[in-house]
Design a binder for this molecule. Structure first.
Ligand code: ATP
Length: 249
């Protein structure tokens, strides 16, 4: 039987007296797109924060391939294979698209040219990885363009590419299609669907058409807890989910 690549066991996050995530247990299987959905304020983003180490966990445990990471800082969880795609902030706007990807592939920031934590084995490997990512992201046509000049949809794809360049095990995507038009949504959908071949994806997404089309599993959250979990058709026909999330499906 396949072992979860990421496991959350009774994860709880409190802000003072308020419990934003309440005893959430999740098994994320390798090579899948696992979506987390639920109404506004359900605790989805807070769950992402606790899993990636952006905020400390209050209770419970988090395991990457069976290894406890619950109390590791975020940067150490990155080394364990958890990568979060951050909006725009992860991009260097004055560098070209290709340069951004090369830097991410090297695990290097521009001010740290000799950072010993290079993930790519060599400059050549980083360049090759950047080239293949440009194709996957459908950004080869704008490879030499300054990143700050890209369209919103192109920037969001590049952010996903920056996460991919670190060759993580799990990529966390928080509303990757927000604010996009139809064509960019279709591109992003194609990209996320293809990520399964090499990565595992944990996705927060409000667009139910996307969620139902590309997810292997869905967890529905409500008021910090797991309301339901299953394959898209199971979730779609779950009466409790329809009641909690009515009108969106
Ligand atoms: P949305 O779909 O609107 O993004 P969400 O499901 O991602 O919502 P969260 O952003 O995780 O929900 O918020 C869950 C609850 O936790 C909300 O009631 C929110 O106000 C509260 N919350 C989030 N961050 C904090 C914080 N830093 N301090 C206090 N309360 C917080």
């Amino acid at each position: 039987m396949a072992v979860p690549i990421l496991k959350a066991v009774k994860v709880t996050k409190r802000y003072g007296k308020f419990t934003a995530v309440n005893g959430v247990t999740l098994d994320i299987m390798p090579g899948t797109v696992h979506s987390v959905i639920g109404p506004n304020g359900a605790g989805k983003t807070t769950l992402f924060h606790t899993l990636t180490g952006s905020t400390p966990i209050s209770e419970g445990s988090i395991l990457v391939e069976g290894e406890e990471v619950s109390h590791l800082p975020g940067y150490k969880r990155v080394r364990k294979g958890l990568a979060r795609s951050f909006q725009v902030t992860s991009l260097f706007p004055n560098l070209s698209v290709r340069e951004n990807l090369r830097l991410a592939a090297q695990g290097t920031r521009p001010t740290q040219a000799f950072n010993p934590w290079r993930r790519a084995e060599s400059m050549t490997a980083a360049c090759e990885l950047a080239d293949s990512l440009l194709a996957q992201l459908n950004l080869h046509g704008v490879a030499e363009r300054i990143t700050g000049e890209l369209s919103h949809g192109q920037q969001r794809r590049l952010e996903v590419g920056m996460a991919m360049a670190g060759r993580p095990k799990v990529i966390f995507l928080d509303e990757p299609t927000s604010g996009m038009g139809i064509d960019d949504i279709a591109e992003m959908k194609r990209l996320i669907h293809g990520l399964r071949d090499s990565y595992t994806v944990l996705l927060i997404e409000h667009n139910m058409d996307i969620v139902m089309d590309i997810s292997d599993s869905i967890t529905v959250m409500q008021q910090g807890q797991v309301l339901a979990e299953g394959k898209p058709d199971v979730i779609r026909s779950d009466e409790r989910v329809r009641r909690a999330y009515l009108g969106s499906m």
